[in-house]
Design a protein. Structure first.
Length: 497
């Protein structure tokens, strides 16, 4: 994979979904629309001449061939030209079509996970640096999603009340970095990461001679913001391979030393890499975000589809890694973050008095239990949610005439799989075999996270067939039947009221 995409624009999701309550009173037919991305907008306007107009084609070329020059160029632009360049960069290089990154119900699906976490990380960086010029503009509903995303990802950050934000054009609000409050620990972490990015260590894996130098190289590479998420991971895997194989080539019996790495998959290489470094602010956010989704939904499918839809090629719309590689990445990142949190809580307990600090110890133990349960869903996922998926989807109502929670959860799971694998709005009313295909995709995802000898051989990709569209008569009959059932249920609920 090429290192084409250089992420210069700090992003936040632009188009929030409609209110959940209205949407969940009826059986969801199709997934919601994917959020879009607003551009970064500075608050001050220094007078800087702009001798060159950056066209879309020029941005593409510079992003592909001279990313450092592009960044330098953008630093010299006037505010208006900067916004235009960021917009072109986002359109040409960064923003993937139809990301469909849905957060769980508790986060109200208002935040695009990867983009929102990148936005929060950027805000924290500028806040820690004392930058009072960096600002973001977004819709009010998107701002609420950003706050919820920060909570879900476990950031110790306080964003101002929406009423305190200035309203700019189109009814959007503006958030200036200096208004963001972060804890002393997070500020120190952001400043530490900024310092690491300034000092370039030895980056040739075949010239690194100590574990300390290896750690410095990996820290530097994983804190760079010029890479896209997936490029950071794949480049890191390649780096570890080259380091280990070079190390093995220096052994007394080089061939035998190299053989032990032959059976490694991408997940094994990432696990090796992650053993040397702690999650930075950005990766800690992604890991905790996906861990939170997994804990809420009690399955790994939501975290997988979030990641899968975040790494699509902007031209083809297809994920840039195959599903197995994506699963390795998700599994390793979540394990990395969860194990780090478990370790930090265990260390905290060691320094506490069992009598004087009983409440603190209890809180730490709850955190340990929480992250351990997530590791269970990631390492050994079960198929119960998928086994019963087709029974639970549809229009099952409670006494109040609204969809049961069980049905809502099933429809949500069905829709995220549909959106990820078909990339468009589909309904079982339109296709005879859509329901079966989605269930089999669900089994396929779960198998990706299981060890080879624990995978179900009777389910998955081999059972997925080309979509078969229903005739107009069949569609009309199904719709009529659904409407009738809905009307009868509402009538019954009205009698019982």
């Amino acid at each position: 994979m090429g290192k084409l995409d250089k992420k210069a624009a700090k992003q936040a999701s632009k188009q929030a979904p409609k209110e959940e309550n209205k949407k969940e009173n009826k059986a969801p037919k199709t997934p919601g629309k994917a959020p879009e991305t607003p551009q970064v907008k500075p608050t001050k306007k220094p007078e800087v001449e702009e001798p060159e107009i950056l066209t879309e084609e020029r941005v593409k070329v510079m992003a592909a061939t001279s990313p450092d020059k592009l960044r330098q160029k953008m630093h010299t632009l006037s505010p208006d030209a900067t916004i235009q360049a960021l917009s072109l960069l986002d359109k040409s290089v960064v923003n993937t079509p139809d990301p469909a990154l849905a957060f769980p119900l508790e986060v109200r699906k208002k935040a695009n996970l990867i983009v929102a976490i990148g936005t929060i990380t950027t805000l924290m960086d500028h806040c820690a640096a004392g930058d009072d010029t960096f600002a973001l503009a977004m819709q009010k509903t998107e701002y609420a999603g950003l706050i919820e995303c920060a909570k879900a990802a476990g950031y110790d950050i306080k964003l101002p009340d929406i009423k305190a934000l200035p309203v700019i054009e189109d009814g959007r609000v503006q958030l200036v970095a200096k208004e963001v409050k972060i804890s002393k620990a997070q500020k120190e972490q952001a400043q530490k990461e900024a310092e690491i990015r300034k000092q370039v260590p030895e980056l040739d894996p075949e010239k690194i001679t100590s574990e300390e130098d290896l750690k410095k190289a990996l820290e530097y590479k994983f804190l760079q913001k010029s890479y896209k998420l997936v490029d950071t991971l794949t480049d890191g895997i390649d780096f570890m391979k080259r380091f280990r194989l070079h190390e093995a080539s220096l052994a007394e019996n080089a061939d035998d030393a190299k053989k032990k790495f032959e059976a490694r998959n991408s997940g094994d290489w990432l696990d090796d890499l992650f053993s040397y470094i702690k999650p930075g602010i950005f990766f800690a956010g992604i890991g905790k975000g996906m861990a939170s989704v997994t804990a809420v939904e009690k399955n790994v499918i939501h975290a997988f589809t979030i990641f899968r839809d975040a790494v699509r090629d902007k031209n083809t719309g297809e994920p840039v890694l195959d599903d197995q590689e994506l699963a390795y990445c998700v599994k390793s990142i979540v394990k990395w973050v969860c194990n780090t949190c478990i370790e930090s809580n265990n260390k905290a307990i060691e320094g506490l008095d069992s009598k004087k600090n009983a409440k603190e110890i209890e809180a730490c133990n709850k955190q340990i239990e929480y992250y351990t349960s997530i590791l269970g869903y990631i390492n050994a996922p079960d198929t119960e949610e998928i086994d019963t998926l087709l029974e639970r989807i549809g229009s099952k109502f409670n006494e109040g005439g609204v969809l049961t929670q069980e049905c809502q959860d099933a429809n949500k799971l069905f829709n995220i799989i549909t959106k990820s694998y078909y990339g468009k709005e589909l309904s079982t009313a339109d296709y005879t075999n859509l329901a079966n295909n989605i269930q089999q995709y669900g089994y396929h995802i779960i198998n990706l996270f299981r060890n080879a000898d624990e995978r179900r051989k009777d389910v998955g990709i081999m059972n997925i067939s080309e979509l078969e569209e229903r005739s107009e008569e069949e569609k009309a009959a199904l719709i009529a039947e659904a409407k009738k059932a809905w009307a009868e249920k509402k009538k019954e609920a009205s009698k019982n009221a």
